[in-house]
Ligand binder design. Sequence first.
Ligand code: 9UX
Length: 71
Amino acid sequence: KTEKAEFDITGMTCSACSARIEKVLNKTEGIHQATVNLTNETATVEYSGDINENDIIARIQKLGYDATLRA
Ligand code: 9UX
């Protein structure tokens, strides 16, 4: 089953930031599709049941940005 979640990301200041996060997420096991929007400071992620929202947040934080699940 594919899950979909939206995240708020803080700390992105240029388009290389968003491209970097997007690239890493799309290479992450369990993530099917990740789109990062620099202007809106959001990420939309489709993923499988092998990972959860907290795993995705941890992956983003490891890159040096903060992320929270969008309500
Ligand atoms: Mo742009 Mo982002 O020079 O970590 S890549 S600020």
